[in-house]
Design a protein around this ligand. Sequence first.
Ligand code: NAD
Length: 247
Amino acid sequence: MKMEGKVAIVTGASRGIGREIALHLARLGAKVAVNYAGSEAKANEVVAQIVEHGGEAFAVQADVANSEAVDRMVKEVLERWGRVDILVNNAGITRDNLLMRMKEEEWDAVINTNLKGVFLCTKAVTRQMMKQRYGRIVNVASIVGVSGNPGQANYVAAKAGVIGLTKTAAKELASRNITVNAVAPGFITTDMTDQLSEDVRQAMLQQIPLARFGNPEDIAHVVAFLVSDGASYMTGQTIHVDGGMVM
Ligand code: NAD
């Protein structure tokens, strides 16, 4: 799974799953653009860790829901490294509420970041990847996009949308040797899930056949496989990485 010479963009890479994906791809030899929306200091920490281990990386600010910012991000990567081989659409947020209480702003915020963001970033790299006749795109969905989840209508709709978008992009881009796949994490221990109560966490644990929560490394390894040469005959797939929670 060596990735020397490959250029990767990982969105929402300043913490959690995105951070681990960025570190792992860099360990395998990829040059990594560490995208962040808010905390430049956190993104710089990820860059410093990569550079300390002999890798190449830089932090690039862009709200994935803003097309101008996304286009600027891709332009910066191309100016610096001349190509983009890998895009990992990882940035995501939750704004949970029961359907009847969900505010329009909560709906819009989650759809804009989690679904429109994937569309905008994919669109922004497509021209370059088509020119290269090479590209590997991985979208971070969620198993709730397959199973549904009370209190997360916005998030579930966005993640189900990401799975559909993955299949359509895979079909549109296959002739140019661009693969598009998704990973659907289950319950992964990050800042996003740390907000949940102990009761909810225990209830979740009961539903996981492998009897543990996942960690960001569990996702990073599967993403690395999907962007590697070993997965070059896979496209349009959604891989559940959830300890067997949804079968
Ligand atoms: P996290 O909150 O720790 O990290 C999310 C990252 O996305 C943060 O760095 C945040 O700054 C960034 N981000 C948010 N909005 C952004 C925007 N508009 N533009 C750019 N970056 C933005 O969460 P995480 O658990 O690491 O989640 C990463 C991905 O995995 C998300 O797409 C999430 O939906 C998905 N996921 C997580 C779990 C889980 O159990 N943690 C399960 C299923 C899916």
